[in-house]
Ligand binder design. Sequence first.
Ligand SMILES: Nc1ncnc2c1ncn2[C@@H]1O[C@H](COP(=O)(O)OP(=O)(O)OP(=O)(O)O)[C@@H](O)[C@H]1O
Length: 256
Amino acid sequence: MPDESALSVSGVSRSFGGVYAVRDVSLSVADGEVCGVIGPNGAGKSTLFNLITGHLAADHGRITFLGHRVDRLAPHRRARLGMSIVFQAARVFRGMTVRENVMVGSHGRTKAGFVSAALRLPRHRLAERENAAEADAALERVGLAEWADRPADRLPIGQQRALQLARALCARPRLLLLDEPASGLRGEERERLATLVEELRASGLTILLVEHDVAFVTRLADRVVVLDLGQVIADGPPAEIRADPLVLAAYLGQAS
Ligand SMILES: Nc1ncnc2c1ncn2[C@@H]1O[C@H](COP(=O)(O)OP(=O)(O)OP(=O)(O)O)[C@@H](O)[C@H]1O
């Protein structure tokens, strides 16, 4: 049967000093799906995220993305295929406006080369205008349009997170990878981010969401994969995951 998944992780393992952080993990993300990965502290979420993005190499296993085998590719090659990442602790660039921060996401793709940029040739200025228009469209999409000309470091943390999303959207992702997007956000900010992810999902974007916050993930994801001690202990729709005794035991084990 042909694999219709956007992303497919198959039998992937990674150990550190002989101890498995991720062990024989398989999961797939269908086109247009929001897949959540949760798990208690030390479950292997960050390791798995980095294996998918290419910031860590797998010891074993296979990762395919849109039909390409990617597990030996460097992060920028995976990005070029359409993976776009919002890192957990991503910061904004100080001394730049919100729009300029988002434009940083477009520069890899600009058609004008270095020489025309250095000489400020018309071709470069046209590319810059196109990038600015694209950044504005992304800012509109995440609800930050009126902040475009303000200094990015003045934004509250929740809106800085939205800015990271806008930057990732400028790369026109086929898969958006979110690493703990809700961390450090409270009440209303968290709610606003959840609404934003829901809107992106409604626009048909494929999203992999790795997150400590179970409520946040089970609200947003079509399917949830649960890791514990480096292994998948459950994989299913949120309602099933919330009632799964293995999942409850893994989280209770952490609380005690
Ligand atoms: N670079 C590393 N060197 C050694 N051990 C590591 C390394 N990265 C992760 N580990 C170990 O692998 C296991 C999984 O860690 P990982 O950070 O992937 O889990 P996590 O689910 O993201 O945890 P948390 O929710 O606490 O961030 C842990 O036991 C951790 O100590």
